[in-house]
Design a protein around this ligand. Structure first.
Ligand code: UD1
Ligand code: CA
Length: 462
């Protein structure tokens, strides 16, 4: 059922104590307003408008072309915010759904159900409500003796009796736009906050004899409005729980949902197992049959099928199929591990390609390097890619063997199938098939230790 969505996002977000617009704070890795926009889109919304004001440039810039923008230059309340969207109300004939920009968890199905019920009931307005054990500062739904809706009373204006009411407004209200426009003219600001409340439109319409409906949420988690950092944490838990539920339903094992964190856009393939204390954020995409964690963080990383990443941190990189990463690896942006490659313990790799089947098993730094296939990088190898001014690239060709504790001073090329002796500091290219030894030759001084001990003892006895 087509409808228009009107997002209110001009408020000051005082209770958040923030220098960032409230709707740009993230929940499950996405700004709150992105959840709102995407929920509207998924619900079949054909036109989206947003009212911005406080730090509105940042908000409208972020929204970009996903919504029309209306400006509310003074924050005089939610009804005043809606009035600024005259351009929408004057030109749109079907249902207009007003939604606060700080309610990110409502399900698209709920929005479409509500719009359908609104239209089927022929109501002037339909409000989405919820029953809470602790109704906090939400607007209370007041009903008459027959149980019919009569008004929404804001917490600050509510008497003790009304504060006892557990049914509250989610702030999501579907309107017939012509009737909404009529009602807006009569809204005053004589209330505890001196604001023009949108909620008063319902009372005005009710008193004018129009039908008002209330649709009750089955799952109250959907109605959470984010006013404070505490609310932000609650919303995070709700949306994260839903995301994990979704991936488990699609065939992913999450051993410990309490300690697993996953952003909204993350994709995980079937039969992957996620061990405890694992965090997957941003645009991370994980293939099938992988083992992730324990204690692993992937930030916008791509991991292909059948790879294992444990006790590691990987960011903006591509871990190919059948790779082994960790424990304790740090894979940095621009890195690609090709099929069957290994980045083992205490290994840091930056902006490098590790070719098919190549191994960096222990204690190494590889930066700005192109490693071919079948290469073995010995323990403790360091690519010296930076001379204090510039970074240089290193090339290690197929099947080369880099001995332990080698320094590769970039730019340098290690030829195909060549060997580097342990402990070498390589400053010049190594030809294909050669052995490079770049360390001082060992000298043994026979009997030296015994002489030293004797001298030391004599010294002490004197
Ligand atoms: C509002 C509702 C309350 C409801 C609750 C649900 C009103 C008066 N109150 O209360 O009934 O239970 O949401 O979460 O509507 N905004 C503007 N311009 C303004 C004022 C606010 O655009 O002048 C925007 C805010 O940015 C916010 C939304 O409207 O996204 C709601 O405002 P907020 O101050 O958060 O209202 P609540 O006290 O939460
Ligand atoms: Ca709010």
């Amino acid at each position: 059922m087509p409808f228009a969505g009107l997002i209110l996002a001009a408020g000051m977000s005082r209770r958040m104590k923030t220098e960032t617009p409230k709707v740009l704070h993230k929940v499950c890795g996405l700004p709150i307003i992105d959840h709102v926009i995407s929920n509207l889109q998924k619900a079949g919304c054909e036109r989206i408008a947003t009212v911005v004001g406080h730090m509105g440039e940042l908000v409208s810039e972020h929204i970009d072309n996903r919504s029309e923008i209306f400006w509310q230059h003074e924050r005089l309340g939610t009804a005043h915010a809606v009035m600024q969207a005259k351009g929408l109300l004057d030109t749109y004939g079907r249902t207009v759904l007003v939604i606060p920009g700080d309610v990110p968890a409502v399900r698209p199905e709920t929005i479409s159900r509500m719009v359908a019920e609104h239209e089927a009931g022929g109501a002037a307005a339909t409000v989405l409500t919820m029953e809470l054990d602790d109704p906090a500062a939400y607007g209370r739904i007041v009903r008459d003796a027959f149980g019919d809706f009569t008004a929404i009373v804001e917490f600050k204006d509510a008497s003790e009796d009304i504060r006892q009411i557990r049914e509250v407004s989610t702030g999501i209200i579907a309107f017939d736009p012509a009737k909404l426009k009529d009602a807006l003219q009569y809204i005053g600001n004589k209330n505890a906050q001196g604001e023009y409340y949108l909620t008063d439109a319902l009372m005005i319409l009710y008193e004018a004899g129009h039908g008002i409906q209330a649709v009750l949420l089955e799952d109250c988690d959907e109605g959470i409005g984010i006013n404070s950092r505490q609310d932000l944490a609650v919303a995070e838990a709700v949306l994260k729980g839903r995301k994990l539920d979704e991936v488990m339903s699609s065939g992913v094992t999450v051993i410990s949902p309490e300690t697993t964190f996953m952003d909204f856009d993350v994709v995980v393939g079937q039969d992957t197992v996620i061990h405890p204390y694992t965090i997957l954020t941003g645009r991370t995409v994980v293939g099938r049959r992988c083992e992730l964690g324990p204690h692993t963080t992937l930030l916008s990383a791509v991991v292909d099928d059948d790879s294992d990443v444990c006790h590691s941190y990987a960011r903006e990189c591509h871990i190919g199929p059948q790779c082994k990463v960790g424990p304790y690896a740090y894979i940095r942006p621009g890195t690609e591990l090709r099929q069957g490659a290994k980045a083992g313990s205490f290994v840091e790799i930056k902006n490098s390609v590790i070719g098919e089947g190549s191994k960096v098993p222990h204690l190494s730094y590889i930066g700005d390097t192109d490693v071919g296939s079948g290469v073995n990088i010995g323990c403790g190898t360091v690519v010296c890619n930076y001379d204090g001014f510039k970074k240089y690239r290193t090339t290690i060709e197929d099947d080369a063997f880099v001995g332990s504790n080698t320094n590769l001073v970039a730019p340098v090329k290690v030829g195909k199938g060549s060997y580097i002796a342990t402990g070498s500091t390589i400053t010049a290219d190594v030809p294909e098939g050669a052995l490079a030894v770049a360390r001082a030759r060992q000298e043994n001084k026979e009997g030296w230790a015994e002489r030293k001990r004797r001298l030391a003892k004599a010294d002490k006895d004197n």
